[in-house]
Design a protein around this ligand. Sequence first.
Ligand code: F3S
Length: 433
Amino acid sequence: MKLNAEEQAMRDGDGKPGADARQMAMDLLVRYGEALDAERLVDTNNVAGTSGSSSIFIRDFYAKEGALTRDQLFSRFDLDSDQAADEIPNARTFTCHLQTRIDPAHGEMMGTPKDTLDFHLESQNHSASLGVQLLNTCTPYANGNVPVMGEHCAWMESSAVVYCNSVLGARTNTEGCESTASAMLTGKIPYWGFHLDENRFGRHQIDVDVEMDSVMDWGMLGYFTGDAVEEEIPVLTGIKNPASLIRHKHFGAAGASSGGVEMYHVVGQTPEAATIEQAFGPNKPAEIFRYGTEERRRTYETINANGHSDDMDYVMLGCPHYTIEQIWEASKLLAGKRIHDNCALWIFTARGVKDVSDKNGYTKIIEDAGGVIMTDTCSAMSAAVPKGTKVAATDSAKQTHYLPAITGVEAWFGSTEDCVNAAVTGKWKGEAP
Ligand code: F3S
């Protein structure tokens, strides 16, 4: 891989003696880029990652090898280095923290052991001290990190990556803890995959032949699409209603769960698909799928295959993290009502959104009904559900996909109204559209 003078200087350790963290980061990017056949690196001023060395297991593992300080641990794990650096320099480029596994305000309710919480908080302080913005959400694009069209980014989190590429027209591959940590310290990422024009064209066509009227409709279409195209780029045709941020959020998250969709085009809506010709570029559709009422019904049944009992224990909203508009809607559905004694309602969002919700009075309405708003994490990320939960419901196809596998519960998928009704009555009554 060719390095320019600035990159080569970082790789040489800028002439500093001893173990240099930026040198370790550049070494990792070169190894990573060469494994991908990338010819060079590209500048990035937009990194979204998480600190991988924030778990007690990782701390104890590297402590046995002599990495005792936070900086030493970060260099061994997040920079994948054989050496331990005594000092991690500040972030060289704008970097935000994605979701974590812990909500510090609800550690006890989520069953987080005290030592785990303490080490997590230490790790968060470490990230902040390096200049990482603690957005702590899977929806950075709804919380102050909105890259522009064509901007080169280094993002983790599948639902954020697909939004970044498809809806914003910015460019990122699905990165990991190590590559985002290295990008943070160098402002570089391998120029490969979705950074290149030729890898952003459609491969399969999905002809949509149903009305797309709700967030639930977009979640189901996303789930169908991921299953159909797997890791290829779909081009969706026939959708008349323009989709909102929320609908794209649920579509992309679902497509990245049933399949590995990292980018999609909606003809006439997303920025690189003004026409079907632009969306496909030089490609011809390899396969054409139809999504009509029969496909929608089958998709609904597939997503709900893990739901059996109609006795509700837990309703989870906020996957991907709820926007302030969704919290407002939930508060309207819950106003003056009471969650059933046998059921819990947890709503997950970003800490910045929770702050607005508090100030607008939505949190109080939801809490008065018996619900809880949590931040930074979600049930799938933290593997936490209310004690004794056997049956859950959610308005997210992604969360319905993961929750049974991670926590062993049954899970129903439906509209937000279906979920709130289930929380209030204690019974699941959702139906296929
Ligand atoms: Fe976010 Fe958790 Fe869903 S991190 S995308 S709410 S699985």
